[in-house]
Ligand binder design. Structure first.
Ligand code: CA
Ligand code: ZN
Length: 293
């Protein structure tokens, strides 16, 4: 009981009302998983100190099978009822990208809801009551990927246009209830988001859920390894938005990783994880999610 009361106190202290809606045109901001440098450093220190080492013997399978739980939120006007065939296409997109890296996704269950507040009041900058209520439907343990499809994801200014956000493996222990991906239905295959409507943004969000940071985190500071804690992703001053070759950190080796899934470029640009990223998401998944491969 003490534990529950403690959790309730924490929830009560962090809950704030979401910002008012803003009907003016907004620019898509791609992703809401932007932890501060301090948070990333804290998470990395914990990871280094607690890393579960891989075991190259028979108990380590060559690939991981991850169960997905789809939560599809509609509003009372009937928007957001993503058809089953589109959900199937979305799964295929994920697998087409991740099978190359030893990750196989299966959909274990699809749940559907009609809730106006969940549909339009999820916020990347603070936890809303809508998010808490929606995620009370979460299914499974640390190794289960819960994906919540909503209509619009807001920021602190009330702007919509963020395509998705994910929790990181390190957060699971302290905030199980929040674990998973919130994804805009504008970014599913055939959605309305320009140049980001093939479903590939979900592979980016799954990258976060598996433990990857953006390739541009940390900017040019400290060479290639500082921001995303991956040594073979070239440093990048800021998020790239298109596939044009650029070298925003000329004093660090390599051009910007504009083809990397963890950048912000258009869907057709992004087609790779580096070996260092694959190694990192294996280590992160093993350490925090009990997923061995
Ligand atoms: Ca790097
Ligand atoms: Zn992201």
């Amino acid at each position: 009981m003490l534990g529950l009361r403690f959790l309730a106190a924490i929830l009560g202290a962090t809950l704030v009302l979401s910002a008012p809606s803003n009907s003016s045109a907004s620019i898509a901001s791609f992703c809401g998983s932007n932890p501060t440098a301090e948070w990333r450093a804290e998470a990395e220190a914990h990871f280094i100190a607690n890393k579960v080492q891989g075991n190259l013997t028979a108990d380590r399978p060559a690939y991981a099978v991850i169960q997905i739980y789809y939560h599809v939120v509609s509003n009372s006007r009937g928007q957001g009822a993503i058809p089953d065939n589109v959900l199937g296409q979305q799964l295929n997109v994920l697998n087409r990208i991740y099978n190359n890296y030893g990750v196989y996704f299966q959909v274990a269950q699809t749940k559907r809801y009609t809730r106006d507040d969940w549909y339009s009041n999820i916020n990347i900058d603070f936890l809303t009551q809508a998010e808490v209520d929606m995620k009370s439907n979460r299914i499974g343990g640390a190794d289960a990927l819960n994906i919540y499809f909503v209509g619009s994801i807001r920021d602190a200014n009330g702007q919509t246009g963020t395509l998705g956000f994910a929790t990181f493996p390190y957060q699971y222990q302290s905030a199980k209830y929040r674990d998973g991906i919130v994804y805009s239905n504008t970014a599913v295959p055939g959605g309305t988001s320009p140049n980001t409507n093939t479903g590939a943004v979900l592979a980016h969000e799954a990258g976060h859920w598996l433990g990857l940071f953006h390739t541009f985190e940390g900017g040019c500071r400290d060479g290639n390894n500082a921001g995303d804690y991956v040594a073979d992703t070239p440093a990048e001053a800021s998020a790239a938005r298109d596939c044009a070759v650029r070298d925003s950190c000329p004093y660090s080796p390599g051009n910007d990783p504009v083809r990397n899934h963890m950048d912000y470029t258009d869907d057709f640009c992004r087609n790779q994880f580096t070996p260092g990223q694959v190694s990192r998401f294996q280590d992160q998944s093993r350490t925090y999610r009990g997923i061995y491969f």
